[in-house]
Design a protein around this ligand. Structure first.
Ligand code: AMP
Length: 280
């Protein structure tokens, strides 16, 4: 497994693999890897990728000024071992200075899907995400890139960016990997105290019950939202948002007529967790 620290070396390696006839997969991450990330490596293989690159880059431009950039968990040695175990071909592991020139002044912005939900709670977040993913596409030159449904809005925003900017990359979205008690795997789960960790599965329990009620015929979004809000509050969580929106356009839906996504962001202690379920 190669560990590649510069864009030039990454591009040269990608071109060589392509000359050799490889299909290249990319899994962009911020590291502190878990089974959710590794499931994306497996998804690359199912898409026919013969070489899979995992990028590990804690992207400063997607963090707000009062967010957790400085304390974001990092453990490269552990990440490296996990990638070796999954037969990853290379880790692309650039420094911030390699990814951003000190006078960088070019941004990629998506202006519709990135507005609600996390876009409203975290101003500038998606501009950082789309910009860094565009750079990663240009560095790794993948045929396929896999993202997690865990970040449902992010996946839609990136799919839109790739389409609008003609990136020759197939965007694949893989299902959410969860702990046995339903909590979605996340690098940020490490921040949770024992009490918070015990309470946090309330998010998915409530979302699952909302999905069940929807399947049983409930179509009023507010009714489902109120139920989930009360359940999370009862568990000691502080809701940032709970919304039901179209699965494709992220338009709000008050009466749920078509495929929808119910998305939650909630704080347990200082830790902001996100999760979602599809209402089909
Ligand atoms: P992150 O390192 O948190 O930026 O996540 C990198 C990628 O892994 C993103 O595409 C996430 O959506 C995906 N991901 C994170 N957690 C999970 C999970 N529990 N299940 C599936 N994919 C995930």
């Amino acid at each position: 497994m190669k560990i590649i620290r510069t864009v030039a070396e990454m591009q040269a390696q990608a071109r060589q693999w392509r000359r050799e006839g490889a299909t290249l997969g990319l899994v962009p991450t911020m590291g502190f890897l878990h089974e959710g990330h590794l499931s994306l490596v497996d998804a690359c293989r199912r898409e026919g990728c013969s070489q899979v690159v995992v990028s590990i880059f804690v992207n400063p431009t997607q963090f707000g000024p009062n967010e957790d950039l400085d304390r974001y968990p990092r453990d490269f040695a552990r990440d490296e071992a996990l990638c070796r175990g999954r037969e990853v071909a290379a880790i692309f592991y650039p420094e911030v200075a390699e990814m951003y020139a000190p006078d960088a002044s070019t941004w990629v912005t998506e202006e519709t899907l990135s507005r609600p939900l996390c876009g409203a709670s975290r101003p500038g977040h998606f501009r950082g995400v789309t910009t860094v993913v565009a750079k990663l596409f240009n560095a790794v030159l993948p045929d396929v890139a896999v993202f997690g449904q865990k970040d449902a809005q992010q996946s839609l925003v990136i799919r839109r960016m790739a389409r609008d900017l003609h990136f020759p990359v197939k965007i694949v979205v893989a299902p959410i990997v969860r702990e046995a008690d339903g909590l979605a795997l996340s690098s940020r789960n490490k921040y949770l105290s024992a009490t918070e960790r015990a309470a946090a599965p309330a998010i998915f329990r409530a979302l699952s019950e909302a999905r069940r009620r929807h399947a049983a015929g409930e179509r009023v979004a507010d009714t489902l939202v109120s139920f989930v809000a009360e359940s999370i509050a009862a568990a000691g969580g502080r809701v940032d948002y709970i919304e039901v929106r179209s699965q494709t356009t992220l338009e709000p839906c008050s009466d749920i007529a078509g495929p929808a996504v119910m998305a939650v962001a909630a704080f347990f202690g200082r830790t902001r967790l996100i999760d979602n379920v599809l209402l089909d």
